[in-house]
Design a protein around this ligand. Structure first.
Ligand code: NDP
Length: 262
């Protein structure tokens, strides 16, 4: 392990686009060194170039968070290059659903592997070898979803995975409380990301309508009448890393325009 530059190190899974990229920017601009991963090597290279041009100290490597060996390498690599991990953001995730009767084993297991089992793998590795609990303001932030609190129609695997992430978050928060490490979930509602367009097309096919109609339908369900932005989700992650957020733990906090009320 090398000495740090004095900046806290934040490890973000799925940092190349959408919410993960917005969190990388937010924490980078708050003075963190960020270390990102995703499966697509070229996206890592491009994203690091963009973040560095913006003045952010960014590093990263390709990693499929479903694979325990790759997760081990990711954490070891981050620690070897930059020192202890102060903040872990488990953001990588995927959608997935459809009628349960026709849901394949592959789809079910991949959604659970990506959204739940990977959160466990990366967290465990960070606790074992990331030295996180020895840092000044240790934080674990899991990007769950309002689907972790209320069901998404035709989204049973996704809903199950996000409910489980919230359960994991709360149990881990109690476990780590004596170390001063806070563990929270952020629950976005509908957020405009590259993912969103695909979801609109999937629902349009399922309901035999257009993606535009699906977007309008979703928007009418949101009291504020609009999608949340990735930056609005990232801002809460940023706040959770501050010293004054030290008393917030074991929570699942919504950023959803009023879509969920609990
Ligand atoms: P995107 O699809 O836009 O980005 C996902 C990121 O995760 C990419 O960087 C992707 O890169 C990476 N990723 C996906 N699978 C893996 C994997 N197996 N290993 C490593 N990296 C992976 O997603 P969003 O920004 O929309 O979502 C981010 C998180 O927020 C997810 O957990 C999602 O469930 C949650 N969320 C999103 C909402 C939304 O409306 N967008 C609403 C509520 C929650 P690559 O493909 O190259 O691996």
């Amino acid at each position: 392990m090398t000495p740090t530059s004095g900046k806290p190190l934040t490890l973000i899974t799925g940092g190349t686009r959408g919410i993960g990229l917005a969190i990388a920017r937010e924490l980078g601009n708050r003075g963190h060194r960020v270390h990102i991963c995703a499966r697509t090597a070229q996206d890592i290279t491009d994203t690091l170039g963009t973040l560095r041009e913006e003045g952010i100290e960014a590093d990263g490597a390709p990693c499929d968070v479903r694979d325990p060996a790759q997760v081990t390498r990711l954490v070891q690599d981050a620690v070897d290059r930059h020192g202890p991990i102060t903040v872990l953001v488990n953001n990588a995730g995927r959608t997935g659903g459809g009628p349960t009767a026709t849901t394949t084993d592959d789809l079910w297991y991949d959604v659970i592997d990506t959204n739940l089992n990977a959160v466990f793998l990366v967290t465990r590795e960070t606790l074992r070898h990331g030295h996180i609990t020895a840092t000044a303001h240790p934080r674990i932030i899991n990007i769950a979803s309002t689907a972790g609190k209320q069901p998404v129609t035709l989204g049973a695997p996704y809903t199950a995975s996000k409910h489980a992430v919230i359960g994991f978050t709360k149990a881990l928060a109690k476990e780590l409380a004596p170390t001063g490490t806070t563990v929270n979930a952020i629950c976005p509602g509908y957020v405009h990301t590259p993912n969103t367009t695909r979801i609109h097309h999937e629902y349009a096919t399922a309901y035999n309508t257009t993606p535009e109609t699906i977007l309008q339908h979703f928007q009418t369900q949101i009291p504020l009448g609009r999608y949340t932005t990735p930056e609005e989700v990232a801002a809460l992650a940023g706040y959770l890393t501050t010293a004054t957020a030290a008393s917030i733990t074991a929570q699942a906090l919504n950023v959803c325009g009023g879509l969920a009320t609990q």
